[in-house]
Design a binder for this molecule. Structure first.
Ligand SMILES: *Cc1c(COP(=O)(O)O)cnc(C)c1O
Length: 209
């Protein structure tokens, strides 16, 4: 079945104060352009290599913004710094250090979000809440990174609102401007809890294989 991307986006009913990131991982350049032509400008990608191919193909498309939302290995920091508008999944100081260094070389400032492991899940990446203060202090020297906020993926088997509320408290505590949370299955709850950036793939582009 072909997706009606324009219809899918408008049916989400995202309020104007919330930024919609269309998560286009595994999806084609033509699907991305269909979303773009309907007015969508922010796109999220998880895999550096896959993303770079699309970004290169679409490099002349005006105002398009690429957000890196996948796990970032420090050996990919150079590419992330070069190709992305924002990195939402910062989860280690060594990666932050490399990103900062690469941004310095490029003469750019990169907006970043810290990924929070809000459920304290063992296998998941992200900073534990109890380590956040420390992490933020360690980021202070990185002048070419602009810490804008936090993002999370809540545990799949529990009520996400519990975790979204914790995220909102953290945002308020540090006065962060961006709170990135909410995906296809839980974006309404996320927005109710104060999210101002949602990352939606399936509900826009259809399911991934
Ligand atoms: C894949 C992904 C999404 C989008 O998930 P959907 O359920 O398809 O909306 C959002 N955020 C991150 C970090 C992802 O990896």
């Amino acid at each position: 079945m072909t997706e009606n991307i324009l219809e899918n986006i408008s049916s989400l009913g995202i309020p104007p104060h919330v930024t919609l990131i269309a998560v286009s991982k595994t999806k084609s350049v033509s699907a991305i352009m269909e979303a773009y032509d309907s007015g969508q400008r922010d796109f999220g990608e998880n895999y550096i290599q896959e993303a770079i191919e699309k970004i290169d193909t679409l490099k002349d498309v005006e105002d398009i913004r690429w957000h890196f939302i996948g796990h970032l290995q420090s050996n990919k920091a150079k590419l992330a710094a070069k190709y992305f508008y924002m990195v939402q999944s910062l989860d280690s100081i060594s990666t932050a250090e490399k990103l900062d260094k690469e941004c310095k070389k490029l003469g750019k400032t990169l907006p970043v979000l810290i990924e929070i492991n809000i459920g304290g899940e063992e296998q998941k990446s992200g900073i534990l809440v109890e380590n956040l203060d420390n992490f933020i202090s360690e980021m202070k020297p990185f002048e070419n990174l602009e810490l804008m906020g936090i993002m999370c993926i809540p545990p799949t088997d529990k009520d996400p609102k519990v975790f979204f509320r914790k995220m909102k408290e953290i945002q308020d505590r540090y006065s962060f401007s961006i709170l990135s949370m909410g995906m296809s299955s839980d974006f309404k709850e996320a927005i109710e809890c104060g999210s101002n950036m949602v990352r939606i793939g399936t509900r826009i582009f259809g399911s991934r294989n």
